[in-house]
Design a protein around this ligand. Structure first.
Ligand code: HSE
Length: 446
């Protein structure tokens, strides 16, 4: 058979115009509306692309009247979960309602009923991922969640598939758009945190209750998921040390810039010989690092593997259509699996049980600022305390203070155990000539 004949043969067998895969959508908020729109935008070429048409047979909403304004055919709307669970024609359930319950029950019941599930629910997966994967495996169903980390940026599938030939050493990045927007405004316009947060709310970047973003919890959930996938070992939200950006001031950012660095809220997951390190923290990062130029509400994930070396994934980490892009990509993947009769092909990839370190055992570099009395012997006293706790100083600079008789001392350390650093700082705080510890920030890098 020549190439032309082969192509004709293939198109004859794959283009069954009538092949339909029915799906249900749980939630018609921002992401749900995006999924509805993206599926509509794809309608005309879906059969050619996938070999089947995905039809949203049901959409589960709380308020039928409000939802009716958002869809062409309100008869697909229901507020009754059983309408979806008990419909044997529906083979894919798309969960974009968020939160733990009832999402957990709906996903479990879908998988148990043999339905495949796509979820964007990081809150749930970062805590109950293991149970969900076990149910999916037991019922030979797909459970895909690309949208749960960094919205529209492909990172779960690349880690599980394209980069599967690596042992990953590190996955880190900017995985929260709200805080990146705030830090960018503080850096570029010298705004203080409260004003930048207010602007983020006015422009619709920050949620009505922004605490999960600014306190680092949202990023922490994503780090738990990323670490689990990258290192093939389960990491849950409770394993992740979390610090947000509420204490960062514009003067911290000014100092960082003087040192050739920017401050970013980084989610870091590292696979070390002694265990996994997983944390979220505002950190100094050299302005020359590719992540330092990821600004506004953009996200980026930087990975390091033993074969690929470094790779960076950049894009929109949230928003209606970017998040829907990831959700619909998962839906299409499942449709292809259904047609090829190979569902459950890539399930849970956590086949190791690596320990996760407590933050006190993690080695970090630090940037510290002290207000001290400006007199002989103060620096010597400080360095002796550092030495006592095994803290190696890389740079120490004394700066003038606006207050007479006082000076500001800026210190950068090499990598030290966090517990040692905490003990050193506690003793420095009590040292006679030290008036205040005015800033402590981690520095990214070796
Ligand atoms: N609120 C998140 C952010 C998006 O600001 O990036 C959803 O996780």
């Amino acid at each position: 058979m020549n190439l032309m004949e082969h192509k004709e043969e293939c198109s004859r067998c794959s283009q069954d115009e009538n092949r339909v895969v029915y799906a249900a959508l749980l939630g018609l908020g921002t992401v749900g509306t995006g999924v509805y729109r993206v599926l509509k935008n794809q309608e005309a070429e879906m059969t050619q692309k996938l070999g089947a048409q995905v039809v949203l047979k049901r959409i589960l909403v709380r308020n039928l009247e409000k939802a009716a304004k958002k869809v062409e055919d309100p008869s697909v709307l229901t507020n009754c979960w059983e309408d979806i669970r008990d419909d044997e024609e529906i083979s894919i359930v798309i969960e974009v309602m968020g939160g733990i319950e009832p999402a957990m029950t709906y996903i479990q019941e879908s998988l148990q009923a043999g339905k495949h599930v796509v979820s964007a629910n990081k809150d749930l997966i970062a805590v109950h991922g293991k149970e969900l994967f076990e149910t999916a495996e037991a019922h030979h169903t797909d459970f895909l969640f690309e949208a749960a980390v960094a919205g529209g940026i492909p990172i779960i599938r690349p880690l599980k598939q394209c980069l599967a030939g690596n042992h990953m050493a590190e996955v880190m990045g900017i995985v929260n758009g709200t805080t990146n927007f705030i830090l960018t405004r503080m850096t570029q316009e010298g705004m203080e945190f409260a004003d930048a947060l207010k602007l983020a709310s006015e422009l619709g970047y920050a949620e009505a209750d922004p605490s999960a973003d600014i306190e680092g919890l949202d990023a922490g959930r994503k780090v738990a998921i990323l670490a689990s996938v990258a290192f093939n070992s389960r990491v849950v939200l409770d394993d992740v040390y979390i610090e947000g950006i509420t204490k960062i001031t514009s003067s911290d950012i000014r100092y960082a810039r003087e040192m050739g660095c920017d401050i970013k809220l980084l989610g870091v997951a590292r696979n070390t010989e002694t265990g996994i390190e997983a944390y979220v923290s505002p950190m100094l990062i050299p302005s020359s690092h590719p992540l330092a130029s990821v600004n506004d509400s953009y996200n980026a994930v930087f990975v390091q593997g033993d074969a690929v070396e470094s790779a960076m994934f950049f894009g929109r980490g949230a928003g209606e259509l970017p998040t829907a892009s990831a959700v619909v990509g998962d839906v299409f993947d499942i449709v292809r699996n259904i047609l090829a009769n190979c569902c459950g092909r890539i399930g849970c990839t956590c086949y190791k049980q690596l320990p996760v370190k407590k933050m006190g055992e993690v080695c970090s570099r630090f940037f510290l600022r002290f207000q001290v009395e400006d007199r002989c012997g103060v620096l010597a006293r400080m360095t002796s305390i550092f030495a006592k706790y095994d803290v190696s100083v890389v740079q120490i600079v004394q700066k003038e203070s606006k207050k007479a008789g006082q000076a500001e001392v800026v210190v950068i350390t090499s990598g030290v155990r966090e517990d040692d650093m905490n003990r050193a700082v506690a003793e420095l705080e009590k040292a006679e000539a030290v008036l205040a510890v005015s800033g402590i920030l981690r520095v990214y890098g070796e």
